[in-house]
Design a binder for this molecule. Structure first.
Ligand code: KG4
Ligand code: ZN
Length: 361
């Protein structure tokens, strides 16, 4: 089975072709594992750089321009035509609705013209399930999803069953990195530049808050809040005023990164205890999403996994950030469950993971 995946929900236009089986097992050495036949990602960096963040209207127009050539190129890479595919998997939300609609219209058109099954994919399910493709994970596993738009702790129980233990009350962690980076004058996108600056910074210099750290009651044990941390960074910048130096940027970046890491690990620890107490033995601790690129964070989360005697899994970076492979992969998993959607499926700007079983996947 070969599934075409299309992703256009934010600032990456991505297309992929994923097969449920390797055809050439001898050469790939993968046995009967699923495999990526081809994938391409176009990142809209230049389009949004001048604005210091993603502009929805600009993103939608760029998807429109890029998607058709990207699709043609991906098919060419895999030496396939649309007649060869067995289904079209498309991100139908959550995300910036203008961009989502570009992908959905393309996917529905292909499905209609070539008479292929249409698979409506939740973007978060893509991030949540792709470790099963990259690392052959079995259910249930505990996932920390950290990206520019989302911060969630999820028990991934099956292709259709996600228990969201906590999410952010305000900003996502990647958004916090990006906004703080902008305030410090670091170029867009901020997260990676904060990490770079932090390498030569003193993480003890500024006292930044660890929002919600220590809170375990009233359903707050696995929740996040990052707006207070962002405000604290702003206050430090204001205090330094015109004297704000490159070394200040490095020190503040190191302190920010350390505060984020402490916060994420504290919340994750509560989640791991919750799983233990509920005798819900998870198979691994997984981190995914663009922020999972951060090596400092990864190291601390890996240490936490070891503390709880769990394998630590982080998909390769190109599968952590937005990509078409994860969407095609959920398409494969959905086809295997016999869960196909109608061409009347409406794109959803908001689509929480725990609403999947009701409204498709
Ligand atoms: O998953 P992703 O590519 O797109 C969304 O779905 O949001 O994540 C992008 C986010 C951005 O906020 C970016 O600043 C952040 O991931 N990011 C990082 C790093 N690399 C990317 N944050 C911290 N450290 C990094 N090395
Ligand atoms: Zn994403």
């Amino acid at each position: 089975m070969i599934i075409l995946g299309i992703e256009t929900s934010c600032d990456e236009t991505a297309v992929a072709l994923v097969s449920d089986k390797t055809t050439d097992t001898a050469r790939s050495g993968q046995g009967n594992r699923p495999c990526v036949l081809a994938h391409r990602v176009f990142t809209q960096l230049e389009e949004h750089e001048a604005f210091g963040g993603v502009v929805p209207e600009v993103a939608a127009r760029a998807h429109l321009q890029v998607l058709t050539p990207l699709l043609k190129q991906t098919l060419k890479d895999a030496k396939l035509t649309l007649a060869d595919i067995d289904g079209v998997a498309v991100t139908c939300g959550p995300g910036l609705i203008g961009g989502v609609m570009v992908g959905v219209m393309m996917g529905k058109s292909i499905a209609a013209v070539h008479n292929k099954p249409f698979l409506a994919i939740n973007h978060l399910a893509g991030h949540a399930l792709v470790p099963r493709l990259s690392d052959n994970l079995s259910f249930p596993y505990l996932l920390l999803l950290v990206s520019g738009g989302h911060t969630q702790i999820v028990v991934v129980k099956s292709v259709l069953d996600f228990e969201v233990l906590g999410s952010t009350q305000d900003d996502a962690v990647g958004e916090c990195f990006d906004k703080c980076a902008k305030m410090m004058g670091l170029p867009y996108p901020g997260g990676a530049n904060v990490e770079k600056a932090a390498l030569t910074g003193n993480e003890k210099r500024f006292q930044l808050p660890r929002p919600l750290k220590g809170r375990t009651k009233d359903g707050m044990a696995c929740q996040f809040s990052f707006s207070g941390l962002k405000s604290a960074v702003r206050r430090e910048i204001e205090k330094l005023g015109d004297d704000f130096s490159p070394q200040d940027t490095c020190d503040l970046s190191a302190c920010l990164q350390s505060a984020v890491s402490d916060t994420l690990c504290d919340r994750l620890k509560n989640a791991l205890k919750h799983c233990e107490e509920g005798s819900q033995a998870v198979t691994a601790l997984v981190v995914s999403g663009g922020v999972a690129a951060n090596v400092f964070l990864r190291d601390n989360i890996r240490a936490l996994a070891h503390e709880f005697e769990l394998p630590f899994v982080a998909p390769p970076l190109n599968l952590c950030t937005d990509n078409g492979v994860m969407i095609a992969w959920v398409g494969v998993e959905k086809m295997q469950c016999g869960s196909v959607d109608g061409l009347d499926f409406k794109p959803r700007p908001r689509w929480p993971l725990n609403e999947l079983s009701v409204n498709g996947l």
